[in-house]
Design a protein around this ligand. Structure first.
Ligand code: AMP
Ligand code: MG
Length: 431
């Protein structure tokens, strides 16, 4: 790190993200098992060691046969073939299917040599078959729901991939289907980017913990647990460090300990970020390392500080709980995602119509906690939470998006289309 930015300047969110992402690289790759890799990002291309499927096989339960033997079958002139065998998935038919015969076959079983078509069980009549005495049974093929064609109900070898084909590329996110493909292709230990180790702590002499009864003047530390949850949701391995009092020494020694030997990939602090009498974050980081920014043109929470101490990025979020959560979403989450190999972009952004006028008497970019909903007409609409106080976590909890009002003094009028960053969208949401 060589750039020391002028730390008092207020910079735009994009500039802050550029500076921050500029010092973050994806972490090293590690190999994890197939049951641990879901949702992570591949660090290397994955090729298949076999054809997938490895052999032609039946797509249906039914009868494998030669197409020319049943080509002329009709309701008036059904064709009857003796059943020469019974084949389940996992078994291989020894030898070749004789002309004029059929083999009872289950889904996934290899197509016997000589057969080229499968007629599904629903379209045939089986005569004389019993479990005790399968020999002598016959299958009668008459009218079918669709005229049979050569190759019906046969899945071909290599339909999904050929041996040596790249199944998935480095940088791809591992969906459940991708994990299945990797398993099919013969990789049991999957190369993915490592999860970041993140230390989270709070600073404030007023703080006590959830397990304590607050004394007069005290409040419980809600930011520590909230930001730990946010970092976990972003894919990090989180250590919640006990909160510290407002003191330069306490902050210095906590930073020293957490940045030591690069034990953590990122340190996240809340509180002490503004310019009050006990707000030391920026000045202590400046003493110990470098500052990339400490004021961002956004609301809530312009006091967003990023620095580097002993090679470890250190992020100072505002103390106000909602400002901390929004600051994390906008400026910290993208860093954690980039470390894990995700594309450095915000979460999905959708356009929606605002349901009411929104005043804007302040030029900073607004991130309003809001709810997106789909109207009966199919239109996406968004309503900001009534109380946008940055002290309130309940407004964040009740929201499923951040409604963005761009820099400047342009208010929004009911019916205007605005950008909304989707957060907290899960089961039960209709958007
Ligand atoms: P600060 O950024 O330290 O000036 O804090 C701004 C406001 O957020 C104050 O009302 C603090 O009491 C409150 N606050 C700071 N840290 C926390 C925290 N960890 N948990 C809950 N509230 C906090
Ligand atoms: Mg404070």
């Amino acid at each position: 790190m060589s750039t020391q930015y002028a730390s008092k300047e207020m910079i735009r969110v994009e500039e802050a993200l550029d500076r921050a992402l500029g010092i973050i690289e994806p972490l090293e790759a590690e190999r994890v098992s197939l049951t641990e890799c879901g949702g992570r990002v591949l660090a290397q291309d994955i090729a298949s060691d076999v054809d997938i499927a490895a052999f032609d096989n039946s797509a249906m339960d039914g009868f494998a046969l030669r197409f020319e033997d049943i080509q002329a079958a009709s309701a008036e002139n059904p064709i009857t073939l003796p059943i020469a065998g019974h084949l389940g998935a996992g078994s291989v038919y020894e030898g070749s299917l004789e002309a004029g015969k059929a083999i009872r076959i289950m889904t996934g079983a290899p197509l016997p040599q000589g057969a080229d078509t499968v007629v599904k069980i629903e379209n045939v009549e089986v005569i004389g078959e019993s479990e005790a005495c399968p020999a002598g049974a016959e299958v009668r093929i008459g009218a079918t729901d669709k005229a049979p064609k050569r190759g019906d109900n046969v899945r071909l070898r290599g339909e999904e991939a050929k041996a040596g084909d790249v199944l998935l590329c480095a940088g791809e996110r591992l969906t459940p289907a991708a994990v299945g493909l990797i398993a099919s292709g013969g990789t049991a230990q999957v190369p993915v980017y490592r999860q970041p180790r993140v230390a989270v702590f709070s600073m404030g002499s007023e703080l006590t913990s959830a397990a304590e009864t607050p004394k007069p003047g005290q409040i419980r530390d809600s930011n520590g647990p909230a930001l730990a949850a946010a970092a976990q949701e972003a894919g990090a391995l989180v250590t919640l460090v006990p909160h510290i009092e407002d003191s330069r020494e306490a902050l210095r020694s906590t930073f020293q300990e957490l940045a030591h030997k690069q034990k953590y990939d990122l340190v996240v602090l809340s509180g002490g970020a503004a310019e009050g009498d006990f707000d030391f974050t920026a000045s202590v980081i400046r003493e110990m390392g470098e500052i990339l920014f400490n004021k961002v043109c956004m609301r809530p929470g312009k006091a967003q500080t990023l620095g580097v101490i002993d090679g470890v990025p250190v992020f100072g979020l505002p103390g106000n709980p909602a400002a901390a959560v929004v600051g994390f979403e906008v400026l910290v989450r993208p860093l954690l995602r980039k470390m894990q190999g995700f594309v450095a972009a915000p979460r999905p952004v959708v356009k929606a119509r605002v349901t009411q006028d929104i005043k804007k008497r302040e030029p900073r970019r607004f991130y309003l906690r809001a709810r997106l909903e789909r109207e009966a007409s199919g239109e996406l609409v968004v309503t900001p939470a009534k109380n946008q106080s940055s002290a309130l976590l309940s407004s964040s909890h009740a929201s499923n998006c951040l409604l963005i009002l761009p820099e400047g003094l342009n208010p929004a009028t009911a019916g205007d289309v605005v950008d909304c960053v989707c957060v907290n969208i899960t089961e039960g949401e209709v958007v």
